[in-house]
Design a protein around this ligand. Sequence first.
Ligand SMILES: NC(=O)c1ccc[n+]([C@@H]2O[C@H](COP(=O)([O-])OP(=O)(O)OC[C@H]3O[C@@H](n4cnc5c(N)ncnc54)[C@H](OP(=O)(O)O)[C@@H]3O)[C@@H](O)[C@H]2O)c1
Length: 332
Amino acid sequence: MRAWLMNSYEGEDKLQMGEVPDPEPAPGEALLRIRFAGLNPADAFLSRGMYPANPPLPHVLGRDGVGEVLAVGSNVKNVRAGDIVGVLRCDVGVSTWGTLAEKTVAPAASLAPVPDGWSIEEMAGAPLAFLTAWQALTQWNDPPAPERAGSVLLVTGASGGVGIAAILLGKSMGLTVVGLSRSTEKGARLKELGADFVFDPADPNLRKSVLAAISPRKVDLAVDNIGGTLFPEVIAMLGYGGRISVVGRSAGAVPEFNTGTLFFRRNRIGGVAVSDYSPEAAQTAWREILRRLDEASKRPVVDQVFPFEQAKEAFRRLAHGPLGKVLVRVAG
Ligand SMILES: NC(=O)c1ccc[n+]([C@@H]2O[C@H](COP(=O)([O-])OP(=O)(O)OC[C@H]3O[C@@H](n4cnc5c(N)ncnc54)[C@H](OP(=O)(O)O)[C@@H]3O)[C@@H](O)[C@H]2O)c1
C-alpha cells in the first residue's frame, strides 16, 4: 500500500510517499481502507519531535480518519467487514501507524459509525477536536459548573478544529460564547455557527471590548488554544471563580504574568489532555457530543479537502489557520 512515511523528526515537509506492506489486524483490531484522513496540529508537532510520543521510524502520521472495514482480528464484535467507521482518539497515528496511508489498523473499541446525516468527510476530521473541546468544557466538575445558562465562554483560536467544536458544544450548554479570530471573514462565519460575539485577538482594546459586550458578567470559562502573549489578557477577562482550560499554544510561549490576578479572584488554570480518554470514556463522550449536535442540528465544519498526493499542502493550510478541519482524501 501507499503511505506518507515519516522517516525523520525534521517536520511534516520531509514526509515521503512510499510503498509498504499492508498491515494486518491483531486480536481486537480492525483493518481499515482509509477514505479520508483528518489533520491535527499534533501530527505536525510529532513530526518535529515536539510531542510526548517518539514512535520508531518510519512512522505514519494521522490520528483522525474514516475508512471501510476490510477485515477484523479475533474477538471483534462491534464492527464487521464493509462498515464505514471513524477513528476515535487512540494510539493510531501516535505510537502505531496512522491514517495518512491507504490502510491502517485500529483498535475496534475506538471505532464509531458515521452518524446519521453526516458526510464521511464531516466524520473524518471531527473526533479528536470534539473530544478535546468536550473535555475542556466539562473537566471542571465542581461548582460553578460551566454548564449554566448565561455563563460566558471565551474561545481563543476559535476558527480552528477545537475552537469551532467548543463554540458548537458551548452553545449546546446555553453559554454565551465569545470567540477570538484574527480574520474578519472567519469571524463572520463563526457568528453564523453560533458565536454571540467575535473579536480580533490583536485588537489593542480587546479586554475593554469583550467586557463591554458581556457586561455585567465577566468570563466564566476560557478554552485557550493559543497561549502566547494573549494568555495574560485571557486571565484578566475572568470573573470571580473563572477558569481556563488550557488546550494548546499555537501562538507560543506565555510571558510572565502576575499570579496575584489568580488569587484575588480565585481563578484556576487546568490542562486538557485528549490522550486521557480511555476507549470507553471516548465512546461515552462521543455519544453525548453527537446527541448535542443532533439536537442543535449542527455538524462539524470541513475547511478544505486535499488529494492524497498533496498532504504537505494540507499541512501548510493547517499551519496557515483553517476554518474547521483540513482533510486528505486518501481514496474514493
Ligand atoms: N491538549 C490537547 O489534548 C489538545 C488536543 C487537540 C489540539 N490541541 C492543541 O490545541 C491547539 C488548537 O488545535 P486545533 O486543532 O483547533 O488547531 P487549528 O485547527 O490549527 O486551529 C488553530 C486556530 O488558532 C488560530 N491561530 C493559529 N496560530 C495562531 C497564532 N500564532 N496566533 C493567534 N492565533 C493563531 C487560528 O485561528 P485564526 O486564524 O482565526 O486566528 C487557527 O485557526 C493546537 O495547538 C493543538 O496542538 C491540544
